[in-house]
Design a binder for this molecule. Sequence first.
Ligand code: S3P
Length: 170
Amino acid sequence: MNAAGRSIALIGFMGAGKSAVGRDLAARVKRQRYDTDEMIRKRFDSSIPEIFERYGEEAFRDAETEALRSLRNAAADVIVTGGGIVLRDENVQLLRALGMTIWLDAEEEILWQRASRRSNRPLLQTADPRDKFSVLLRERLPLYQATADHRIDTSNASIADVVDQITRLL
Ligand code: S3P
């Protein structure tokens, strides 16, 4: 059977917990996990900051679309995406075709606390990363909203709680 259309894709801003939730969710529901950032890192054999620096954001975004395209015939998998996946309309269409899209969200300050623990986000390598974070979040909220089938507020939820909530949607 062609199982395309039965995957679970996690979308949301930096710090939403997509990677951690994706890992536990895939283990819980016994499905294969794909992470577009990981796929891109492997393809370039470089870290995300290096890819941005050497090839530019556009090349990263092209690779992101390529990664999603390559999952078009994915079975009922768990697909973790980068925070900017919703920027391209083609990506949104690809996500819709993959199956159920779940938006992991949280209060802005909580997203910031989580995202700023690590310095591996090239988009935040600016003079005022907190301000950039706010601007990007404001730009993207309507895109997550328009793309997602469900929104889960992870502000005060553990990873296990979020996974529970997702399994109840399946
Ligand atoms: C990005 C988010 C990152 C990564 C890249 C760009 C974005 O993923 O894809 O740094 O545009 O928001 P996370 O959402 O996992 O941090």
